[in-house]
Design a binder for this molecule. Structure first.
Ligand code: M6R
Length: 609
């Protein structure tokens, strides 16, 4: 992951670099650093362990005044997250920042060590700095040196170089993770994405895979993998695209949880014709649902759980068999795929390395590629034959919330469209489902009434060392999502299970200290789930039941707490029940004093595998 920035400015750029890095902190916050060229082209850098605030302190104590510089916010892969391993890495000739992994760094390091090069850090990035320096010391220009080194690097990386004495030149390279070039007036910028560059310019050129670029204050020359000059068209990024403020909320996560009725409504307005009560897909799909024999879904983390819920919908509503896998397994499993079928990918960022690699694999297998993405300028969006955008807006909190419910909303609309095309849903079925969807934002707003009940559980959950989440049908992926949410922001160990699996092992964990969160809206599986709850209660487990009024009445069991949700149809229930699941994790983590927006060890966009 990591965020990288480069600026060729007119006056001191360090503050601008830090501002841009703040917009990239979602990519990691283990350490940060800036390097600039000071008087006479001398390289200077400031680095600090931890979040950007620490770097700001260092810069205020020892400011940098150079008008050209690069910066980095790190998510550690190679080497501990301390100041020594913080980017930029530098020699007397250059400084470099890096996002990604240089996979052959061991052999390159051994080669350099055999030649007497001494390394200061444990990072793979320092190898790049040393290799390019070696070429410069042989008399090559920075451009020649970079051109000579890039083909030697294996892995996925984006790089930005700053050279001692070169006050009008930055070099950027993309091999995997994205890199964008910003065009200003007499100024030029480099950034991991357009979000970082938004305060400076709305004109952005995305490098394509294998591209590298030489920037001066007056323009950019882009070359492809083979060193041939290529043209890449700049794009205008509409103003306001990336704006995100916390408003009156204490955390971005809270704000994003509360935004859900609005953004789900906005997404629905894009996919549903309210007048006719029909689903209308915003783009013409390059395939016909009717003729598909099967489809595959792959994604990571929360997006994967959205895909898992969608599997239930596509199979039930459209009778379309769905194979689903986490992208990190799918890509290396290399599954056989019949040509002409549909491969669907789900991603908030559109940059997740494993999902992108899976997309490319499926494309090579002759699949129709459809991506459900939130960032419409992302690499996945650009590489897909069609996209179904989620209109969640910028999601800042590392824990995905509103992106998840918007993904579910889009996936349900796609499943309904598939059902119609395949003749498994009638006009009436579609109208009923659309009606349920239309009522959803209102139900979501109403659901926030359960918040005080959830907040009151803080103490019990915060005391637990483990928490179990159970559900059946579409509540099972929701149980997995609930456990993920709690783990990632509170650091309490949690597991999600299909309720029916309990007796095959996890029941051994149940005792008086184990909270068991059961997601059980009133549906055709309720009775079965109740049996599993009885098994938990018989062993002294503390049950937190999330259900609706009818479910609560029918279950009628003693629980630690029963959260009574508004009544929704079983089909849309998983979208509604995402809210209490998110609130449970949020309030527990806040009560425990955790950094819910930037939990330890995580990053919002996972561009390494
Ligand atoms: O950007 P993506 O949707 O592809 O990201 C996938 C996962 O990394 C992401 O959902 C992750 O699991 C979240 N932190 C969960 O809250």
């Amino acid at each position: 992951m990591c965020g990288i920035v480069g600026i060729l400015g007119k006056s001191a750029v360090a503050t601008q670099i830090v501002d841009a890095l703040k917009r990239l902190e979602y990519r990691g916050y283990d350490s940060a650093g800036v390097a600039t060229l000071e008087d006479g082209g001398r390289l200077e850098r400031r680095r600090a362990e931890g979040k950007l605030g620490n770097l700001e302190v260092k810069l205020s104590e020892a400011p940098l005044s150079g008008a050209i510089g690069i910066g980095h916010t790190r998510w550690a892969t190679h080497g501990r997250p301390n100041e020594r391993n913080a980017h930029p890495h530098a020699t007397e000739k250059l400084a470099v920042v890096h996002n990604g992994i240089i996979e052959n760094f061991r052999e390159l390091k051994e080669e350099l060590q055999a030649e007497g090069v001494r390394f200061e850090t444990e990072t793979d990035t320092e190898i790049v700095a040393q290799l390019v320096t070696k070429e410069i010391l042989k008399g090559k220009s920075p451009v020649e040196a970079v051109a000579g080194v890039l083909p030697r690097l294996r892995g996925a990386f984006a790089l930005a170089f700053l050279f001692a004495g070169e006050e009008d030149q930055l070099i950027g390279a993309r091999h995997g993770p994205p890199l964008a070039i910003g065009h200003g007036e007499g100024e030029m910028y480099l950034g991991s994405d357009a979000v970082a560059l938004a305060p400076f310019t709305d004109e952005v050129t995305y490098l394509e895979d294998g591209d590298w670029a030489v920037l001066s204050r007056h323009g950019v020359q882009i070359r492809d993998l083979k060193g041939r000059p290529v043209e890449r068209k700049p794009q205008r990024i509409p103003s306001g695209t990336f704006m995100a403020e916390k408003g009156n909320h204490r955390h971005f996560m809270a704000k994003e949880i509360y935004e859900q009725p609005e953004v789900v409504g906005r997404t629905l307005a894009h996919y549903v014709d309210f007048a006719t009560g029909r689903v209308k897909l915003p783009a013409t799909l390059p395939f016909d649902f009717k003729t598909l024999k099967r489809m595959s879904i792959s994604a990571c983390g929360t997006a994967y759980y959205a895909g898992l819920i969608a599997k239930y919908w596509f199979e039930r509503l459209a009778r379309l068999p769905v194979e689903i896998d986490v992208a990190s397994e799918f890509r290396y499993r290399e599954p056989p795929m019949d040509e002409g079928e549909l491969a669907l990918f789900v991603s908030q960022s559109g940059e997740t390395a494993d999902t992108l690699a899976s997309l490319r694999y499926a494309k090579a297998q002759g699949q129709h590629i459809l991506s459900v993405v939130n960032v419409q300028t992302s690499t996945m969006a650009r590489e897909s034959a069609a996209i179904a955008p989620t209109l969640a807006g910028t999601e800042v909190g590392v824990a995905s919330t509103k992106a998840f419910t918007c993904q579910l909303t889009v996936l349900l609309c796609l499943a309904i469209a598939a059902g119609r095309a395949r003749g498994t849903l009638s006009d009436k079925d579609e109208a009923e489902l659309v009606d349920e969807l239309i009522r959803l934002p209102g139900l979501m707003a109403e659901a926030f009434k359960v918040e005080p009940r959830i907040e009151a559980l803080n103490r019990d959950l915060a005391r637990a060392t483990d928490v179990l989440y159970l559900g059946r049908g579409t509540s099972y992926p929701l149980a997995l999502e609930g456990a993920l949410k709690l783990k990632e922001i509170s650091y309490i160990h949690a597991e999600g299970y299909a309720a029916g699996e309990l007796k095959h092992g996890p029941i051994a964990l149940i005792d008086e200290d184990l909270p068991v969160i059961v997601i059980a809206p009133h549906d055709h599986l309720l009775e079965k789930t109740v049996s599993n709850m009885q098994e938990v209660a018989a062993r002294g487990g503390k049950i937190v039941l999330v259900t609706d009024a009818r479910g609560a009445e029918e279950i009628g069991m003693d629980t630690l707490a029963t959260i009574v949700m508004p009544t929704a149809s079983p089909t849309v229930a998983p979208i509604l029940y995402a809210l209490p699941i998110q609130l449970i994790a949020y309030h527990t983590a806040v009560f425990m004093g955790k950094d819910v927006d930037q939990p330890r060890n995580l990053a919002k966009s996972v561009t390494v595998e």
